[in-house]
Design a protein around this ligand. Structure first.
Ligand SMILES: C[S@@+](CC[C@H](N)C(=O)[O-])C[C@H]1O[C@@H](n2cnc3c(N)ncnc32)[C@H](O)[C@@H]1O
Length: 206
């Protein structure tokens, strides 16, 4: 971590995070009726903190395992006086399984998940049928799942996995139109530098 990330991490982690636990998340009393949107693998949190700032009526929970990213987003939270964003430093699959109640999320964001471009590593990609079934269980009726990648064959794989999940409806036909409200991220820039096209998917829970 950079000195600024380290400092933010040690000063702010306790105030703006939930510890991982194998029990359902207890949000603060005044948050219980607000929409909760989870972002999986937020990296440096470029999109995370901006989305939270632009939607003060909703609560956001970022899940990440990369400490410098946690430090960075905590720094952003302090710098901008953000009160509707918290983080969990843990594997997202376990957080979803243990801490998030079924039918509770208003939305899920997955921006540029690790692409694992080599064919022999494709099985490590996070978007797989079991994972999408888990997401679907956690999202409430009419809630959404929004995923974005710059790797074409991962995008095709995502599309086929989402299309096969029967309780999810594609908001578009095939890939989504670019969602103008989504802020740019570090990995989107890396993709653009490689002249990659950006593929977006938006599904709504039935
Ligand atoms: C390619 S980066 C994208 C980061 C960011 N969303 C962006 O667009 O710049 C993928 C991120 O997902 C995180 N990640 C991968 N698997 C994860 C998991 N099981 N739980 C939580 N975070 C995970 C990685 O640590 C990494 O920061």
């Amino acid at each position: 971590m950079s000195p600024a990330q380290q400092s933010a991490y040690s000063r702010l982690y306790d105030s703006f995070s939930y510890p991982f636990s194998e029990t359902p998340l207890q949000r603060e009393k005044d948050s219980e009726n607000r929409d909760l949107i989870v972002e999986i693998g937020f990296g440096m949190g470029d999109a995370t903190y901006k989305i939270a700032m632009e939607n003060p009526d909703k609560d956001y929970l970022g899940i990440e395992v990369y400490k410098p990213g946690i430090g960075k987003v905590l720094d952003r939270i302090e710098e901008n006086g953000i009160t509707n964003l918290k983080v969990i430093e843990h594997d997202a699959v376990e957080v979803l399984k243990y801490m998030i109640r079924d039918d509770s999320l208003a939305g899920v964001h997955i921006f540029f998940p690790d692409p694992w471009p080599k064919k022999k590593h494709h099985k490590r990609r996070i978007i797989q049928p079991d994972f999408v079934a888990l997401l679907k269980n956690k999202v409430k009726k009419n809630g959404y799942i929004y995923a974005v990648t710059d790797w074409e064959n991962y995008a095709e794989h995502m599309l086929s996995v989402f299309e096969n999940e029967k309780d999810l409806l594609n908001k578009y036909s095939g890939f989504a139109e670019p969602q103008q409200w989504r802020p740019f991220t570090k990995f989107e820039r890396k993709g653009k530098e490689k002249s990659h096209e950006i593929f977006e998917l938006v599904y709504i829970k039935n």
